[in-house]
Write a protein that binds this ligand. Structure first.
Ligand SMILES: Nc1ncnc2c1ncn2[C@@H]1O[C@H](COP(=O)(O)OP(=O)(O)OP(=O)(O)O)[C@@H](O)[C@H]1O
Ligand SMILES: [Mg+2]
Length: 163
């Protein structure tokens, strides 16, 4: 499966979806999150952390750029909002976190796309009415296609709606 579109109706639902994905994550996975301010990128990451068994509160790393948490796997939470272009991403040492021992989650990935691996799970979040959010998940590479198939099998167990 290479694409899956889901709709959530509350922050809690977005986090539950993240938690399911977090449980499926493997070392070296890269999830790229794209969407406007307040779309729910950090909210989804909070769920991912929960799925990795991380209990520390996950906050927006906007001012620190990268935050690291230890769970079943390490979570590297990156926010590129303040970065301009690929050179800035390389300077930050983003390379060292990608494809390593943990799950790397990058908010505002579209700002530094050229510095990021070609194979990844791309999550595009958009607003709908009220608290509805549409999350479009696209697998770039075989690993992520397998991940999406696994996720699809688990979705009936969650409250998240398939659009
Ligand atoms: N269905 C939903 N999913 C996620 N967040 C939601 C939803 N409905 C409402 N919200 C609210 O939207 C906001 C999402 O904020 P969040 O920090 O996750 O966005 P973000 O995409 O990380 O923004 P930024 O670009 O500023 O980092 C929160 O205030 C959350 O409570
Ligand atoms: Mg954020």
């Amino acid at each position: 499966m290479t694409e899956l579109t889901l709709v959530t109706h509350s922050p809690r639902e977005t986090q539950s979806l993240g938690a399911v994905l977090g449980r499926l994550a493997r070392p070296g996975d890269v999830f790229l999150l794209i969407g406007p301010l307040g779309a729910g990128k950090t909210c989804l990451t909070q769920g991912l952390a929960r799925g990795l068994g991380i209990h520390d509160p996950v906050t927006s790393p906007t001012f620190t750029l990268i935050r690291e948490y230890q769970g079943r796997l390490p979570l590297y939470h990156v926010d590129c909002f303040r970065l301009e272009g690929t050179a800035a991403a390389l300077e930050l040492g983003l390379d060292g976190y990608l494809g390593g021992d943990g799950l790397c989650v990058v908010e505002w990935a579209d700002r530094v796309m050229e510095a990021l691996p070609l194979e990844h799970l791309l999550v595009t979040l958009t607003y709908r009415e009220g608290r509805e959010r549409v999350l479009r998940l696209e697998a770039r590479g075989a690993r992520y296609a397998a991940l999406l198939s696994e996720l699809r099998r688990k979705i009936p167990l969650t409250k998240v709606q398939v659009a």
